[in-house]
Write a protein that binds this ligand. Sequence first.
Ligand code: GUN
Length: 290
Amino acid sequence: MQLIDGKKTSQAVKLEIAEEVKQMISAGMKQPHLAAVLVGNDGGSETYVAAKIKSCEEVGFASSLIRFGNDVTEEELLSAVKKLNEDADVDGFIVQLPLPKHISEEKVTEAIDPKKDVDGFHPQNLGRMITGADAFVSATPQGIMELLKRYNIETKGKHAVIIGRSNIVGRPMSILLSLKGHPGDATVTVCHSRTANLKEICLQADILVAALGIPEFLKADMVKEGAVVIDVGTTRVPSTETKSGWRLKGDVDFLNVSPKCSFITPVPGGVGPMTIVSLLLNTLKAARQK
Ligand code: GUN
């Protein structure tokens, strides 16, 4: 069993990005600039956005954080998006999800200029990605593809089973793995909460992506010997061992599943760090395309 080290890989990619930023600056270009919009004070969102901002600093990007209270109106948020669309200094920006219930995530996402949509959530980017055209691809699936590439994991002709059909992870992941090229050319099955015979389908998988958000859902008796297992789960569970009082748990029963795998990602330190790196790569791309 080989552990897929997302932390180490993300550090290597960050060094590559930092090097590219240096070259851009010596060529007279400005440093790439990522902006993040954060609404309310959800603990998870606060942590994720803080990590994104810190990563910007590490690679030499400029960053800005635009904060709103939970009582922000949809109109105010849409006007902030419009301002960022028009701000020539901002190369790319994200609106951290989830948003409060009184705001339409769909409306906000569709208001983002697709050229600055470094999360890849805008339908134009999703649509382009599906056709295999150049597009901003959502960060988590892109980070997983980068791990598969850097660990030379063969996907051609393999049966990939995705558990979860979210717009952010499961669905784009299924498309990327089925597209032509490497990593890709896989035969893909998408499973979800209504799937019958889930265990039987998982047992046929050469590559298993668990992205349903239920801690330790994937058990050893659902995994074929030699499978590649990618764990996208990041549920916070109470813990007495950490200062914060919580720790992250993946969707895979790591202790019992890992001995059966050829490759597996841990939680934390697997997919998570690669997600942020993908966002940085998308921002770099946005800055270069300007
Ligand atoms: N909420 C959970 N994951 C993400 C993400 O990748 N981007 C944004 N904007 N919100 C999220």
